[in-house]
Design a protein around this ligand. Sequence first.
Ligand code: MRU
Length: 346
Amino acid sequence: MHFKNILWENDKVIILDQRCLPEKEVYHTYQSAEEIARSIRDMEIRGAPAIGIAGAYGMALAAQNYPGNSFQEFCETLDQAVKILAASRPTAVNLKWSLARIQRIYHSSQGQDISVIQKKILEEAHQILSEDKDLCEKIGRIGASELESGVNVLTYCNTGALATGGWGTALAVFYYAVADKKKIHVYVPETRPYLQGARLTSWELDKNKIPHTLITDNMCAFLMKKKEIHSVWVGADRIVANGDVANKVGTYALALLAKYHQIPFYVAAPYSTIDMEISSGQEIPIEERPALEMKSIQGKMIAPEETPVWNPAFDITPHDLITAIVTEKGFAYPSFYQSLKELYRV
Ligand code: MRU
């Protein structure tokens, strides 16, 4: 990997501003949970596992910034930071999952010095990052076993090193296949309106010398008709108990197209993305992004200022369109409720 999307250095958090890619690699330094929440909301850092990691480091900053020595006041201050960070983006469950992990640390530390609890919170944030790196490797290796040399694959959005603490989820599958000396060719839809495919996935694949071709989102059907696509691989922001998947808006359309063309459709994600508390995709909160993100490209208006816009950032892919979910524990197959429960023994 040639870059880090997030790091902790000298008691500060450094974030690679993904809005500036592929043109420039710009890093910002942050010292408060509020700044991290803004950075997540404004998409400087994005991708479900990565925003979970950023949230955990945001909590480490909130803990570090607490100047007093009252346990109750410390917990109240940190609970407030949890609220601010959790509100930054609602769909990816990884953020809530990592904040809950940090919350468990301090709520169970009554009687300990504040300095000890601050250290424990930072260690937990480091642990969330290094654990995600391992999860990516496992998902990558397991998923890669499904690919033979010589295949064309299709992905969506960005699910690589920029979006996680390691090599990624769906993109890790491609990285590990190539590391196994398999020849693959990746088709990358540009992923309107934020262009994660064009700006970020193409950038990553280019840096790692993975053969790839960029297409616009509306070319996917014709691509499936004209080229031999072996399989589609996407990530997830939340997978619920029945196997429904929230992912970047456009994923649902791809899954429908894959079904029609009889192409296997895989979702790759770690356990931190699985939310067994929700039974169906309809209950997942879907973030709506500002109209300007759709009506302008790099500061230039491409639609009339007054034109009303609907800009959901994610959609729900129903479980019956999914061939398998690749996790760090192996493949989950339909029926997903049963299969996920068995994988995780919950
Ligand atoms: O809006 P984004 O860029 O945060 O959306 C990202 C996605 O939808 C990814 O597919 C998902 O988070 C998985 S990343 C491993």
